[in-house]
Design a protein around this ligand. Structure first.
Ligand SMILES: NC(=O)c1ccc[n+]([C@@H]2O[C@H](COP(=O)([O-])OP(=O)(O)OC[C@H]3O[C@@H](n4cnc5c(N)ncnc54)[C@H](O)[C@@H]3O)[C@@H](O)[C@H]2O)c1
Length: 454
């Protein structure tokens, strides 16, 4: 099929590349000229494992442009994957979505096209986008838009860091639509994925015992709510284990054992039960805020989601409180942060805990050093005013510091030679913000090991 994708960020580029891999002819549009030029030259504008290889493998099926005119008239399916960043009062800012919808409407050719919202959008946005596309089409052509296009909602569940894997081997595909014809188009588009009939790329193999992927066919509002409800649930799982972690610390229990003990219950599940600094990234904070804002529009309070947000905010403060407990005075101290990205295997810094922690430490007069395997360049670009000294290695971060905080659980930090590192620190305080290091090993190495819970 002929597919166009509006927005080539983490979601749009991954989606476009995977659809090209499935055999579709894909045109990716982005308003950012530099990004498009980089993509045309075969460069991926952000770090995502295996994306560069896959883009290269499917380049015959994939083109990049800044022009809607090059992408929309021939498309059978148009995905909207533009950003929906946080706006006022918790509601997302929809200006990019509005511009994308208008651009699509201006170039629709008159054949039936499915316009798919893949961006995470407030409930009811499909109707809103439909009205913008319709107005733009009718204004340009002077004709009624009936039968020219139909809306679908296809929320995205990929995780940065494993975006290709999550797209090719999704747990489910959700398609919201009000028309049978739209559902049929979406089914044809995703058929090789749903039935897992494609030959997997060697570098992202299909998991053992992977069967067909369930397709959840829903109405538009349900599909939109599924996305928010899923993200809020994952967020509150993290906040729940952090709440239990605070209690574990008081009663002398080990939160890792507690998490395993409850997570092996199939009704609960192990994932997202890792106590620590809490979530960051572009989705959980924004989407939980949007869910609370939507609930408020309907006179509801959403107290559980609000509490999850508050717990997450508190965890970041606790890092600074723990350092204060250990060092007593932060003024004039040097603290090293291991990890800047909001999680491993990405260079995404949106709502990364490291930023908040660095700001809070600097406010209290501490000096901050940091390292990240892939996010330092982006940090310099996006946060030139944040006074953090970047170091080429984790060892250099630790050198002459009063404390080191493990902020992002990159594998390479788990495997460090901690014994040698300890000898270079001013005081050997190690705050394991992700509860992933071995307390026994570190204590024997002479560290004062501080966990965030238990
Ligand atoms: N990043 C994730 O892990 C993730 C996961 C699931 C869902 N989502 C949702 O997907 C959406 C996109 O997220 P992202 O992380 O890919 O964002 P992003 O910021 O990485 O990418 C958005 C892209 O859209 C482009 N753009 C903006 N306005 C445009 C326009 N009018 N026309 C063409 N291009 C335009 C921007 O230049 C940018 O390249 C958001 O709604 C987000 O909540 C993100």
């Amino acid at each position: 099929m002929n597919v166009s994708i509006i927005g080539t960020g983490y979601v749009g580029l991954t989606t476009g590349t995977c659809l090209a891999f499935l055999g579709h002819q894909v045109t990716c549009v982005d308003a950012d000229e530099q990004k498009v030029q980089a993509l045309q030259a075969g460069k991926i504008p952000f770090f995502e494992p295996h994306l560069a290889e896959l883009v290269d493998d499917v380049k015959a099926n994939l083109t990049f442009t800044t022009q809607y005119a090059d992408a929309i008239p021939q498309a059978q399916v148009v995905f909207i994957a533009v950003g929906t960043p946080p706006g006022h009062n918790g509601a997302p800012d929809l200006k990019y979505l509005e511009a994308a919808a208008r651009g699509i409407g201006q170039y629709l050719a008159g054949e039936f096209v499915v316009v798919v919202n893949k961006s995470t959008v407030p409930i009811g946005s499909s109707n809103w986008v439909e009205s913008i596309v319709r107005d733009a089409y009718e204004k340009r052509t002077g004709k009624k838009a009936n039968g020219v296009f139909a809306m679908a909602s296809n929320p995205e569940f990929l995780r940065e860091g494993s975006a290709i894997f999550d797209s090719l081997y999704a747990d489910r595909v959700v398609v919201g639509s009000d028309h049978q014809r739209t559902r049929e188009v979406m089914y044809s588009l995703y058929r090789p994925l749903l039935e897992q009939t494609f030959k997997p790329p060697s570098y992202v193999p299909r998991p053992d015992r992977m069967g067909a992927i369930p397709l959840i066919s829903a109405d538009l509002a349900s599909a939109e709510l599924i996305k928010y409800a899923a993200n809020a649930f994952l967020a509150l799982k993290i906040s729940y284990i952090n709440e239990i972690g605070q209690l574990a610390e008081k009663v002398g229990a080990d939160i890792t054992q507690v998490a395993r003990g409850i997570g092996l219950d199939a009704r609960i599940g192990m994932r997202f039960l890792q106590a620590g600094i809490g979530w960051g990234g572009s989705c959980f904070g924004k989407d939980t805020a949007a869910l609370v804002a939507t609930a408020a529009e309907y006179g509801l309070d959403a107290p559980i989601v609000k509490a999850a947000r508050e717990m997450n905010r508190r965890q970041r403060e606790r890092v600074v409180e723990k350092l204060l407990d250990e060092l007593k005075i932060l003024k004039g101290r040097t603290v090293g942060l291991l990890g800047l990205a909001f999680k491993p295997d990405t260079d995404d810094l949106r709502e990364a805990p490291a930023l908040d922690i660095a700001r809070k430490l600097i406010e209290r007069g501490a000096r901050v050093k940091a390292h990240d395997p892939v996010a330092m360049e982006r940090f310099l670009e996006q946060y030139p005013d944040l006074d953090v000294t970047l170091c080429a290695t984790p060892e250099a971060v630790a050198q002459d510091t009063d404390a080191v905080v493990l902020v992002t659980e990159w594998q390479q930090y788990r495997d460090l030679d901690w014994k040698s590192i300890k000898c270079t620190m001013r005081t050997p305080v190690l705050l394991d913000g992700r509860n992933v290091l071995d307390r026994g090993v570190l204590t024997r190495a002479g560290f004062r090991y501080v966990g965030l819970a238990g």
